[in-house]
Design a protein around this ligand. Structure first.
Ligand SMILES: [Zn+2]
Length: 254
């Protein structure tokens, strides 16, 4: 684990045991790539993923799926832990992308991964729903992974402001539930300065030729398979040929 993450997590058990709702810090690797600090490719060693293990004091999931899918997964884990007569704190750090069409490997199988995912990004209003759902599920470490931006984390913190007894400092920069629009010059936009407008919004993608769902890649290989080893060198022409042939085979057998 990165030293600075260890530092951040110091005292986390005490804080959770005291009943605090802890909000995670948001996307790590994806944000670094967009800002030019990390090169896409050898991400695995640079990403920090905490695996829940037997007897863990904090149990939860990180990355690969959208918030509602991850909350559902943690609910199932919680049921299992409680059924075994054990106690734990629960955490969730999902993607900020909608992934209803993903199979068991999550967003990595999507044709849009990793550089065409933007149309799937959750709005701040989706984040309010996620935060509430996670809180209702008994999760008290509520954060985000790939795709999360600061305004997403702010929305999570704002949704849980009364439970946490803190209005996040970033809230000074905007009006809650679009209240800043009260001063807008267009009256139809002014009419959007209310919570129920944003809660009920069904945002369009604006891409008439795009499907609402994609077909994920289904190579049937996972961790440990020879084709999934981290390479020391860039993909050779020979390897690329092999990969494209495999892809063709997978597509024709689908
Ligand atoms: Zn992630």
């Amino acid at each position: 684990m990165c030293p600075w993450i260890s530092l951040l997590l110091q005292g986390i058990l005490e804080r959770l045991s005291a009943g605090e709702v802890v909000i995670g810090d948001g996307g790590f690797v994806f944000a670094l790539e967009k800002r030019g600090y990390v090169k896409a490719g050898p991400w695995t060693p640079e990403a920090t993923v905490t695996h829940p293990e037997a007897g863990a004091q904090i149990v939860g999931v990180n990355c690969h799926f959208d918030p509602m899918t991850c909350v559902k997964a943690v609910k199932m884990m919680k049921e299992g832990v409680e059924k075994a007569g054990l106690k734990a704190h629960y955490m969730v750090q999902p993607l900020a992308y909608h992934t209803p069409d993903c199979n068991c490997q999550g967003f990595i199988d999507l044709p849009e991964f990793p550089f065409g995912l933007e149309p799937r990004i959750l709005t701040r209003w989706d984040m309010h729903k996620y935060a509430r759902e996670a809180y209702k599920a008994g999760i008290r470490f509520i954060g985000g992974c790939c795709g999360f931006e600061p305004y997403h984390i702010r929305a999570v913190a704002e949704e849980l402001a009364s439970e946490r007894g803190i209005i996040p400092p970033g809230s000074e920069k905007h009006g809650m539930w679009g209240s800043g629009l009260e001063m807008h010059t267009k009256p139809w936009v002014r009419a959007r300065a209310r919570r129920d407008y944003w809660e009920q919004l069904m945002p369009a993608s604006g891409r008439p030729k795009c499907p609402s769902l994609s077909t994920p890649e289904g190579w049937g290989v996972t961790k440990g398979h020879a084709d999934l080893l981290q390479h020391k060198e860039a993909t050779s022409t020979q390897e690329m040929k092999h990969v494209l042939e495999m892809q063709k085979k997978v597509k024709t057998s689908a």
